[in-house]
Design a protein around this ligand. Structure first.
Ligand code: MGD
Ligand code: MGD
Ligand code: SF4
Ligand code: MO
Length: 703
């Protein structure tokens, strides 16, 4: 079969359409909870113009971020990979020669077969993440994994801690709809996130509420663009949100803001909780969080007095060793005041658990063999440097296929990741849109399509629509979609599953049919299917998602295995974070930058220009005490690594907190290695999850 027979639309080619400029619908595929509905200006079969937020989706409501509005800059970038490449110089040297698709795929298959023969099938570890959130193009790699009994995937880099912490109390990954905020919320709390940078649509809705007179509170260790918009900014110490939430609950119970009728009907252990928080005073919380007693008490009163209070729980505050415990503590607040009962009240962390989609065909779930080891995505450094525990005492990883992720920039303990990628006995194939720092380590590089060049469908986390998107333009050069690579490798490896013989569109249609959802064409025509569950269910007024229907103040942490038994029984400050010490007096938050999306968009000139350079934001008093002036070169480091950044005093964060925004390319640092050289691959409690904002560091003037 030629590539063009393999899929409809023909691989790398959009459906036929009229010539001239038209506006066509699409969906943003990037790793962002907004999953915006887009209107794309199509200038020709091969070029796009402006990208706009669509009005057909009332969550997107016509607004998208600046980086995707300028997508033409990324999709038509002169540095896009166009041809398959074979490494001809040392690993990481970027010396490559062009090669045909057939030869490239043959080499990958031969290498995987040879490595598996030598070490067993678990020696191959397909490695991916959410560069595209499209379910077929992102997750098809798992079908190949399971068909070949390659090492399984323990996905930990993003949502593990936050999912665990949310589900521990609520029971399911869903919540109240942010669209309610516009008209109904009296108070909006943006907790542990910076949506001005990371999901602009939350701001659309929060600002509509604010215009009506609702109050906006932001809980974040530094003065973000989001905090700038707030009535109240609570600049906590990183990793102490559990203490803040518990201190707030103390006031809620003490001052009569607890709704006992609600508590008795909807929660598991309200009396125990009330007794427990009685000893956790605002003074106690102040000591841990660094906030004043007054700040804690007045926030508690504001929260208690507002019936319709909406907490938008973000991921940022879960990226600590105690992140799941902190997320759970925050979710206890609306259960104490009964805010769930009101339109515009309650909380949302994410909606993805609400879609009825059956992913068996996409992921090959009918072939899973649980006796095969799973490896922790975030522990790539220890894994590639042959740490026996990280490898679960199994064979070394000697073969990798990497799609949709750039671990040489985004993973913690980056020194180990790079050391591992240089191993001569490791064969790596990277399927990418650009010559990323990960692709530079590869033996074979394959050029990938972008979302406007292939079909796919998308769940969302921030809203409740399920959206289908069709290719808008033809793929440039020899770029091929992920599904093509997976299916072609399957043929060469002898992997058997019907999914490898279907087109993306066929996979979508069959998946939608078995899931009892609209078929792909209908979904596309109508601009997405809304799975909103209605007020009652989305506010858990028909019960929380547990057999006894009660919110859990006492989660069954032990059920998660790992170190669940070590966690506090009731919400508390769980002190397992990387606390500051005399040698490492600063706590580092490695926060997202506005115009980078993880490492994506670091290749576009306008983003590079806006973000300027790797910068350390410090409390002005710390700068004065250390004699540091703006722009000064600072060495920042710990036992894992060190790098150099430029100082910037910034009011609105506590002393002893340092913030470095953005996953800058390693090449942008004098040391040749970026901020993730300092972050740790330690798994969070109870059972894993990356801890990017939980890092003790020292800071010195660079020599
Ligand atoms: N522009 C841009 N957009 C992005 C991304 C990006 O890198 N850039 N990344 C995308 C991805 S993969 C994700 S998962 C989402 C994440 O998006 P969100 O869920 O919205 O979370 P973040 O904005 O990452 O949260 C970061 C904020 O959390 C704060 N924070 C860190 N530690 C703590 C803490 O202990 N307590 C509290 N209260 N706050 C803390 C940081 O200071 C920072 O301001 O964004 C996506 N969108
Ligand atoms: N310091 C620090 N580090 C972090 C974080 C942080 O806050 N601070 N956040 C963490 C989080 S939340 C996450 S989710 C991870 C994300 O880390 P990654 O998943 O690595 O995300 P990106 O850096 O955006 O890389 C995605 C890559 O996929 C490629 N890609 C996009 N679409 C396709 C496609 O259709 N096919 C193929 N083959 N490739 C495609 C893009 O070109 C890009 O290089 O980073 C983590 N790292
Ligand atoms: S806000 Fe998020 S989903 Fe929307 S266009 Fe930007 S990156 Fe895409
Ligand atoms: Mo993420």
């Amino acid at each position: 079969m030629s590539p063009d027979d393999h899929a409809y639309p023909p691989v790398g080619r959009a459906r036929p359409h009229e010539s001239g400029t038209t506006t066509v619908p699409s969906v943003c595929p990037h790793d962002c909870t907004s999953t915006c509905a887009l209107d794309v200006e199509r200038l020709s079969n091969t070029r796009i113009g402006r990208v706009r937020g669509s009005m057909r989706n009332d969550y997107t409501a016509g607004v998208i971020c600046e980086k995707v509005a300028r997508y033409a800059e990324r999709i038509h970038h002169p540095d896009r990979l166009m041809k398959p490449l074979r490494r001809v110089g040392p690993k990481g040297s970027k010396q490559f020669a062009e090669i045909s698709w057939n030869d490239a795929l043959d080499i990958v298959a031969e290498q995987f077969i040879a490595k598996a023969r030598q070490h067993g099938s678990e020696t191959i570890w397909p490695y991916y993440y959410a560069g595209t959130m499209g379910l077929v193009q992102r997750d098809g790699i798992n079908r190949l994994r399971h068909a070949m009994k390659y090492s399984r995937w323990f996905s930990t880099i993003c949502v593990t801690l936050s999912d665990t912490g949310w589900i521990a109390g609520v029971g399911a990954k869903r919540g109240a709809d942010v669209r309610e905020v516009d008209e109904h919320s009296e108070l909006v709390v943006i907790w542990g996130g910076n949506p001005v940078n990371t999901q602009v649509n939350v701001m659309t809705h929060a600002m509509k509420a604010k215009k009506r007179g609702a109050k906006l509170v932001v809980v974040d260790p530094y003065r973000t663009g989001t905090a700038d918009q707030a009535d109240v900014h609570l600049a906590v110490r990183p990793g102490t949100d559990g203490a803040l939430a518990v201190g707030v609950m103390h006031v809620l119970f003490k001052e009569g803001y607890a709704d006992w009728d609600y508590l008795r009907k909807y929660t598991d252990a309200p009396d125990e909780l009330a007794a427990h928080v009685a000893s956790r005073t605002p003074e106690w919380a102040s000591e841990i969080t660094g906030l004043s007693v007054e700040e804690i008490v007045s926030f508690a009163r504001l929260y208690g007095q507002s019936k319709a209070s909406f907490i938008r729980c973000h991921h940022g505050f879960s990226r600590s060793r105690n992140g799941a415990a902190n997320m759970h503590a925050v979710t206890c607040l609306p259960a104490v005041t009964g805010a769930w009962q009101y339109k515009g009240g309650g909380a949302l962390y994410g909606h993805t658990g609400m879609y009825p989609i059956d992913k068996t065909l996409i992921d090959g779930l009918d072939m899973v063999d649980t006796s095969i080891r799973d490896l922790d995505q975030s522990r790539l450094g220890p894994i590639l440097t042959n740490d026996p525990a990280a490898l679960k005492n199994g064979p070394p990883v000697t073969g990798m296929l990497i799609q949709n992720t750039n671990p040489a920039m985004v993973c913690p303990e980056l020194e180990l990741v790079h050391k591992g990628f240089k191993r001569e006995d490791l064969f790596v194939c990277v399927h990418e849109q650009f010559m990323t720092e990960t692709a530079a380590f590869a033996d074979i590089v394959l050029p990938a399509t972008m979302f406007l060049e292939h079909d796919d469908f998308y769940t969302a986390s921030g809203h409740t629509f399920f959206q289908v998107a069709k290719a808008v333009i033809d793929a440039p050069g020899e770029c091929r979609e992920n599904h093509y690579v997976i299916s072609e490798l399957a043929k060469r490896l002898g992997a058997k599953h019907r999914g490898f013989d279907m087109s993306v569109w066929e996979i979508m249609d069959e998946t939608l049919k078995v899931s009892k959802m609209w078929d792909a064409e209908t979904n596309w025509q109508k601009g997405g299917q809304d799975f909103h569950l209605g007020f009652e269910t989305s506010h858990f007024l028909d019960g929380f998602a547990w057999p006894d229907k009660k919110f859990r103040f006492k989660p069954d942490w032990a059920a998660y295995g790992g170190r669940g038994k070590e966690m506090p029984v009731l919400p508390d400050h769980f002190d397992v974070i990387d606390n500051a010490t005399e040698d490492k007096p600063f706590r580092l938050v490695a926060a997202p930058a506005r115009t980078f999306l993880n490492s994506t968009f670091t290749e576009t000139p306008s983003s590079q220009k806006r973000e300027v350079r790797p910068t350390a934001l410090l409390n002005p008093d710390d700068c004065t005490a250390m004699g540091i002036v703006e722009g000064e070169r600072l060495e920042i480091g710990n036992e894992r690594g060190r790098t150099i950044v430029n100082a910037k005093p910034r009011a609105g964060q506590q002393k002893g907190v340092v913030v470095v925004e953005g996953i800058w390319p390693n090449r942008n640092f004098e040391t040749g290695i970026g901020i993730n050289a300092l972050t740790s691959a330690d798994p969070g409690w109870p059972n894993g999850g990356a801890v990017f904002h939980d890092t003790a560091v020292w800071i010195r003037k660079a020599s």
